[in-house]
Design a protein around this ligand. Structure first.
Ligand SMILES: Nc1ncnc2c1ncn2[C@@H]1O[C@H](COP(=O)(O)OP(=O)(O)OP(=O)(O)O)[C@@H](O)[C@H]1O
Length: 300
């Protein structure tokens, strides 16, 4: 059956329905990444070569940290990045956040993403309070806004009187809490978190999870790298499973986490060969993912 729209299609073959579908699907896009690759040149020590750890014939090799990643994110999505160690999650996050340039491909973002990572810079010789002030100013808040939010940041971090001590005296958990609290207080539209939520006690985890939910309610977009399946299941509306720098599967949280856990179980119990067979069942091609993004049919 041919619809009116189909009959009205011009030489391009596109219809009015296609155009309004595109407007609907792309209207709430907050981030689009096209064909991202990230290569790291590495020098391979002679002894590593002779032990057969690297296949490179020369002294120099390349690590393909991210390969051919296409990704579209929308308002109100909280996207979990999962994958075994070294699968490229953190590298991809750094590229999406704009802190590292991809080797190929492009990232378009509706506003500047705020990356909270384990290594995010805070100044060790300054107090927690001074780091809050500087952090919020650096994220574009006015001095009046900074003043109005300091108490809120300190309350979320909940590190007591240490807030008046130099950061170099903090434990790694305290530093992570402060970093998280500063980043959330700036209310970024796009937030990217690398493992930060796994630090801290239960009460802090609860408060930080709530802060994430508030962000989703404000129609922001979140990305979360985390090795905890319960955390991903609780917070994420969508999950991207990566392996060897590539996206294996991108879709609805429960389904992707089920497939990913089957892969990890196979890896643990039967080794790499069996795990790759499991992975092959779920892997989509580059072209299929592009088409999913174009049509907006990535399950969300
Ligand atoms: N600066 C770098 N120089 C060379 N190789 C790097 C660099 N950073 C990351 N890599 C390599 O890129 C690949 C992807 O690393 P990445 O840290 O993104 O993995 P990940 O999935 O976040 O791992 P994990 O779960 O262990 O944190 C790995 O093989 C890693 O060794």
């Amino acid at each position: 059956m041919t619809s009116t729209d189909d009959r009205n299609a011009g030489e391009s073959g596109r219809t009015d329905t296609d155009a309004s579908d595109d407007a609907r699907q792309f209207g709430d896009l907050t981030l689009l990444a096209t064909d991202i690759t990230l290569d790291y040149p590495v020098r391979i020590a002679r002894e590593e070569k002779t032990r057969g750890l690297f296949s490179s014939a020369g002294e120099r090799g390349v690590v393909h940290a991210v390969r051919g990643v296409c990704l579209a994110a929308r308002q109100g999505e909280f996207i979990g990045l999962v994958g075994r160690n070294g699968s490229g999650k953190s590298a991809l996050l750094r590229v999406l956040a704009g802190v590292e340039a991809p080797t190929t491909g492009e990232v378009f973002a509706a506003s500047k993403p705020q990356l909270m990572g384990v290594g995010a810079a805070l100044m060790p010789h300054l107090t927690g309070l001074d780091n809050i002030r500087i952090g919020l100013l650096a994220m574009g808040l006015t001095p009046d806004e900074v003043q109005a939010r300091i108490a809120q940041v300190a309350e979320l971090a909940d590190i007591g009187d240490s807030i008046r001590m130099p950061m170099r005296t903090y434990s790694s958990g305290m530093r992570a809490r402060l970093r998280f609290s500063i980043s959330v207080a700036a209310e970024p539209d796009i937030i990217m978190i690398d493992e930060a939520l796994s630090t801290g006690d239960d009460a802090f985890r609860e408060r930080s999870n709530q802060a994430m939910k508030d962000l989703i309610a404000r129609s922001g977009t979140g990305f979360l790298v985390n090795h905890s399946a319960p955390v991903i299941r609780e917070l994420c509306t969508r999950v991207v499973w990566m392996d060897k720098g590539e996206i294996v599967e991108d879709g609805e949280t429960i389904r992707v986490m089920k497939d990913y856990s089957m892969f990890m179980n196979a890896l643990r119990k039967h080794g790499e060969k069996k795990a790759l067979e499991v992975k092959a069942r779920y892997a989509s091609t580059f072209e299929e993912r592009i088409e999913d993004i174009r049509r907006g049919t990535v399950d969300t």
